[in-house]
Design a protein around this ligand. Structure first.
Ligand SMILES: *Cc1c(COP(=O)(O)O)cnc(C)c1O
Length: 388
């Protein structure tokens, strides 16, 4: 094989499904990423909310390497301790009763959708299978989770989609318009990440919970992006005192390795039984060992820090000229400006700051361990780019 040119060979050989920025990331340390040309970048994207403890996180690396040195994969027909340890920790920290492990956020949501339908099938028989999701939501890229995603733009090219999803405005009126005697669940993100860091109203969430409880409709919270400390709470629903029936998560859970989790609370504890669901790689011991070291360190002290850092960034971003609004919670921040978001992201990149976009907004998902000097550096660059 000849010499690789990352940029031209990527276009030649890798499916062109991503609108990549013209940078290759090769290394990193803490909250800094290093490009193939040696240039340093301050990381306010964490690989889309994944590397929450930064790069070269020693505790996570130790946990992962220790497990690799023992065994890299165990099939799910046998018991394996890393999976049990992580499931127990997640249950203790959330009150969930059972955890199903997958490899991604979309798959965690697939499990939630199957669990909700099975719960209803077991109790009410056939036909009660509809799930209400919200307009502007994002739940994944598989056919079922695309079907669950409430954005028309995703519903054109890959028909036919999965039947049984209805898209509501994020109000009780909106929910009532979609509700029928076939409704078995409602699935929401408390903050819609991909569609602009749209924060749902807390009263709406509480009313929705009550509405669901009264009708035995399952409340599913998609915490794939908002979870694992991102919003200043271990899971964002905790900020509202909600009692969901199913919570899904992924992204930061694995600290950089692929893992997703579908957490089943009281009502759905025994819904899935042997043969109902499965995954070859789901609950991989290396991914689980890494995830354990992540969740185990997201304690109250860290969560308070995340809240403080989020408030500091938000206050200072609000002061920047041409910023029209700042949305989000904790270290999940959306910035509305008078300029195109992609242009801002490109200009930040040129100045050594990596940020994300989400529809019309600039989106920040910095590492939870970001420091004050690093936040000040990012604010300086954001100020230069947005106010110019
Ligand atoms: C990223 C994301 C997903 C999909 O996760 P994948 O790991 O890419 O499958 C689902 N829901 C939400 C809210 C997300 O942010």
């Amino acid at each position: 094989m000849g010499k690789i040119d990352i940029f031209t060979d990527d276009k030649l050989y890798v499916a062109n499904t991503y609108a990549r920025f013209n940078v290759a990331i090769t290394d990193g340390n803490g909250c800094t990423l290093i490009g193939s040309d040696g240039k340093k970048y301050l990381d306010f994207a964490t690989g889309i909310g994944v590397n929450a403890f930064g790069i070269n996180d020693e505790e996570w690396k130790d946990a992962v390497v220790e497990q690799i040195n023992r065994i890299q994969h165990v099939c799910n027909l046998y018991y394996a301790e890393p999976q049990v340890k992580l499931a127990k920790l997640l249950c203790e920290r959330t009150g969930a009763k059972k955890v199903f492990f997958s490899n991604s956020g979309a798959e965690a949501n697939e499990c939630a959708i199957k669990t909700a339908r099975k719960y209803s099938y077991d109790k009410y028989g056939e036909g009660r299978y509809e799930i209400i999701t919200l307009k502007e939501s994002f739940h994944g890229r598989t056919i079922a989770t695309l079907s669950a995603t409430g954005q028309d733009a995703f519903h054109t090219k890959f028909a036919p989609f999965v039947d049984g999803f209805k898209y509501a405005e994020p109000t009780m009126d909106g929910i009532l318009k979609c509700y029928t005697d076939k409704t078995c669940a409602v699935m929401v993100e408390t903050i819609q990440g991909e569609s602009g860091v749209n924060v749902l109203d807390g009263d709406f969430l509480k009313n929705l919970e009550k509405f669901c409880k009264e009708r035995d409709i399952l409340l599913i919270i998609d915490e794939v992006q908002t979870g694992n400390g991102r919003t200043g709470y271990l899971y964002s629903y905790m900020a509202y005192g909600l009692e969901p029936d199913i919570v899904t998560t992924a992204k930061a859970l694995g600290g950089g390795l692929p893992i997703g989790a579908c957490m089943m609370f009281g009502k759905t504890e025994y819904t899935l039984s042997a043969g109902d669901h499965g995954s070859t790689f789901g609950g991989n011991p290396v991914a689980c060992a890494g995830a354990y070291s992540i969740i185990n360190r997201i304690d109250d002290a860290l969560l308070l820090e995340v809240q403080g850092k989020g408030a500091y960034l938000t206050e200072n971003i609000k002061r920047i000229k041409n910023v029209t609004e700042v949305t989000g919670k904790g270290l999940m921040i959306g910035i509305g400006t008078t300029k195109p978001a992609r242009e801002i992201a490109q200009k930040c990149l040129d100045r050594g700051l990596i940020v994300l976009t989400a529809h019309k907004r600039v989106r920040l998902l910095p590492p939870l361990i970001i420091t004050k000097p690093e936040m000040d550096e990012a604010l300086k660059i954001l100020n230069e780019v947005i106010s110019e």
